[in-house]
Write a protein that binds this ligand. Sequence first.
Ligand code: ADP
Ligand code: MG
Length: 227
Amino acid sequence: MVDSLLSARGLNKQFRSGNEPVPVLRGLSLDLERGQSLALTGRSGSGKSTLLNILCGLEKPDSGVVQVLGETFDARSTEAESKSERRWGTLRRQQIGVVFQEANLMPALSLLDNVRFRARLAGQSEDGCQDWLERLGIGELADRYPDQVSGGQRQRAALAMVFAMKPALILADEPTGSLDRHTAEAVIGQLFELQARHGCGLILATHDPELAARCSQHLDLGHVPQT
Ligand code: ADP
Ligand code: MG
C-alpha cells in the first residue's frame, strides 16, 4: 500500500433524495500504480463523478480511506483534521490534475495565462507553458481567450494545464463527452501519449467501451442502487 500511487479502501458514500438515502459507493476499494491507467465505467448515475470527486478531495466519503503518494485522507479522523486537510490540499494542488467534461478554463485569462496560472499553483516553473501548448498543437492560439477557440481547443488547453503541473495522478471525468468523435479521438490520443511518456497515473471515467479498452485496468460501477 505504501508504494502505490493511489489506494482507496472501503469507500462508502450516500446522498439523500428527500428522506430516502441513496447509496452510491458501497465498500469500494481500488489501487493504482504510477504509469497505470484505470477506466471507470458504468451508466449515468453509477457514481463515477462521485468517486473522482472523492479521490481529488472535492467530496468527502462517509467512511473509508484514500491514500495518495503515502498521504492518507481518512474520513473518520477528527483529531488533527485541519492539519491533515492542509497537507491533503497541498498534495491535491501539486500532484492531482483534473480534467472535466467541459474544459474549466478561466475566461478572463488567455490560454497561455491559464496554463501559467495552473503551473504556478502547483509550484512549477512557467517556462515550459508555451511548449505544452505547442505539444498539444495549439501554440499559435496562446494569446486567445477561451471563448475565442473551439471546444476541442479548449480541451487541449485543459490538458496543457494538467501536464504543466507535472502531476503524479490525472483524473479525467468524461473529458471528451462534449466533443465530436474525431476531435475526441485526437484529444484522447494526446492524453494517453503524454500519460505514458510522463509515467503518471490516469483514472478516466467514460461511457465509451473502446476508450475503456485502452486503459490497463477497468472498474465497472454499473451495480448501481435501485431507485
Ligand atoms: P455518474 O458520474 O456515474 O453519472 P454521479 O457520481 O454523478 O454519477 O452520481 C451518482 C448518484 O449520486 C446519482 O444518483 C446522483 O443523482 C447522486 N448525486 C450525486 N451528487 C449528488 C449530490 N450532491 N446530492 C445528491 N445526490 C447526488
Ligand atoms: Mg459523471
